[in-house]
Design a protein around this ligand. Structure first.
Ligand SMILES: [Zn+2]
Length: 264
């Protein structure tokens, strides 16, 4: 990757199109650049935010978009919205479908609607040859079952379990199936299962992310998160594994570039 400085970071999951960044988005992006963040994946949660993510990707170098319906928005997904997503996905800056998945913690959409929306987006990703960005919260068995069925018939790029919250055994199963696991701010919290995942799973299967404005790493926990703080996630993983921060940054960046086929 010629021309890159020492710290080369990719924030593989962010929501900088959300209103929390409306007042200072340019400064947030400048701080990310200064921290060595060379690419940011801005993740859609519904049609509107997917369009906004594409808008940001057009406006800022190094920003790429995903299009999809979050499990919270699953009940809003209409039958022809798969066609809308397919149209949006034709944009050259769209690199994945999602985030999709199941959230049985908050249950903001009925479970059946979540499962239907998840399966439809998996089919779409398969048809378009794009990876999926998967959200799984208190639905590990259901998500694993659905992804195992889907991945069994897929030869394309599979995707990533974002902010992976399972234990290392579940992590290994996903890695064996061909998925990557993304580590977020909780790895900096005490008693997070992400610590053992960050220690035990191969570095070439890990991505790093902020999920900003949520999940702010220590020492900024409680404040708004932003892409520059992905460096804190890399630092914590480096500490846990006993390797250099540059190594974690570089390898996770390469993993993201490969999965999302980023033209950087
Ligand atoms: Zn997210």
């Amino acid at each position: 990757m010629p021309g890159w400085g020492a710290a080369v970071l990719v924030d593989s999951h962010s929501h900088i199109s959300m209103r929390q960044f409306d007042k200072d988005r340019d400064q947030v992006m400048a701080r990310a650049r200064d921290a060595g963040v060379v690419a940011i994946i801005d993740v859609g949660l519904d049609l509107e935010s997917s369009r906004a993510a594409i808008g940001l990707a057009e406006r800022y170098a190094g920003v790429f978009a995903t299009v999809g319906f979050h499990p919270h928005s699953a009940s809003q997904m209409k039958d022809d919205d798969v066609d809308r997503l397919a149209e949006l996905a034709q944009h050259p800056r769209v690199v994945a479908i999602g985030e999709t998945g199941l959230d049985f913690y908050r249950n903001r959409s009925p479970r059946e609607a979540q499962i239907t929306a998840f399966k439809r987006q998996l089919e779409l990703a398969h048809r378009l040859g794009l990876p999926v960005v998967v959200h799984s919260r208190q639905a590990n068995d259901e998500v694993l079952g659905i992804l195992a069925d889907w991945a069994g018939g897929s030869s394309g790029p599979l995707g990533v379990l974002h902010c992976f919250s399972g234990d290392k055994e579940l992590g290994r199963r996903y890695v064996e199936m061909g998925f990557l696991l993304s580590i977020a701010g909780p790895v900096t919290y005490s008693k997070s299962s992400a610590v053992e995942v960050a220690r035990e799973l191969p570095l070439d299967k890990l991505l790093i992310e902020t999920d900003c404005p949520f999940l702010t790493p220590e020492p900024y926990r409680g404040k708004r998160n932003e892409p520059a703080y992905v460096s804190l996630v890399a630092e914590r993983i480096a500490e846990i594994r006993g390797v250099s921060v540059d190594m974690v940054a570089q390898r996770t960046a390469e993993n993201a570039i490969r999965l999302f086929q980023l033209p950087v």
